[in-house]
Design a protein around this ligand. Structure first.
Ligand code: URA
Length: 294
């Protein structure tokens, strides 16, 4: 902050930041998380090129095309490519997350593993892990994007304004939080509610996938564009995705999945509530066709 500013001016500036939605200070300099992902993609590409060149070298007999120092018997590490993607911390973090998630035999174990996981930078700025709310035995699981400020404080998903609307949406079809299970694709609040970077999504993905697999609901409802794209592995937008049943493969079995608009979006676009009402009715109908609502 500018030391030349007077105390009242500084106070005014702070008030401006708060009104603009800045609710936590992280560092003096901005960090471009998208640059990390671009760098990763470039490194992967370079590594693929290198692997291709090495395979070609092996195919063509090796010795005569090898670099002089290799032919002269240099140690293996001296011949290592300059780009070593396996040693990238972010790629390692994705691998570590996959392994950690796979090792969880129950939801309780998964929660503990995630609470101790150090591979996602979002954890450093979040107050705590936001794992889940509701009933893990529920037949419906709702998955949102990421915790906001209220969720970060309380350690529970969907407890802020959009959560209150979600509760009303559930009540409209005779459900409540004792009957459904609720989680997010990202379990730590991104600072200042910024969009999670592609790398952060990739690191968190194994956790939510495993959480779905362990909860094993009959129906999965994806709330909003980000959750829908992430879990359905598509670039298609929510407007086209919503309201249609498809299948989500947990690896163990296929679960019926539907995307709908995020409650936060509905708070800004009340006109779209009628479409969500249709989606909720479709869910209610599917539940009653498949048995009771517990
Ligand atoms: N929005 C989400 O996607 N998830 C929450 O938990 C809260 C708001």
């Amino acid at each position: 902050m500018n030391p030349a500013l007077s105390k009242p001016a500084l106070k005014e500036l702070l008030r401006f930041y708060v009104e603009a939605g800045v609710d936590c200070a992280l560092s003096e300099e901005p960090v471009d998380r998208y640059a990390e992902s671009r760098e990763l993609a470039e490194r992967r590409q370079a590594a693929r090129r290198q692997a291709g060149a090495e395979a070609e070298e092996r195919r063509s007999g090796g010795e005569e095309t090898r670099r002089p120092e290799a032919a002269a018997g240099e140690p293996a590490h001296a011949q290592a490519p300059a780009v070593a993607p396996a040693q990238l911390p972010s790629e390692e973090a994705v691998m570590a997350a996959r392994e950690a998630a796979r090792s969880a035999a129950s939801l309780e174990a998964l929660k503990e593993i995630m609470a101790g996981f150090e591979g996602c930078n979002l954890k450093r700025t979040a107050t705590q892990l936001v794992f889940a709310d509701g009933n893990p035995q529920g037949r419906v699981m709702f998955v949102g994007e990421a915790p906001g400020r209220d969720e970060d404080i309380q350690g529970l998903p969907f407890v802020g304004r959009s959560g209150q609307l979600l509760d009303r949406m559930l009540a409209a079809i005779g459900l409540d939080r004792t009957m459904v299970y609720i989680a997010n694709t990202i379990p730590w609040r991104p600072p200042g509610n910024r969009e999670p970077s592609p790398m952060e999504r990739a690191i968190c993905r194994p956790f939510i996938s495993r959480q779905i697999e362990l909860a094993d609901p009959d129906f999965l409802v994806l709330l909003g564009n980000a959750a829908a794209k992430e879990m359905l592995d598509t670039t298609m937008g929510i407007t086209r995705l919503r309201g249609r049943w498809s299948e989500f493969d947990t690896g163990r079995r296929k679960i019926r999945v539907m995307a709908t608009f995020h409650p936060a979006y509905l708070l800004r676009n009340a006109m779209q509530k009628k479409l969500v009402w249709r989606d909720l009715l479709a869910l209610s109908e599917a539940l009653s066709q498949a048995g009771d609502t517990q």
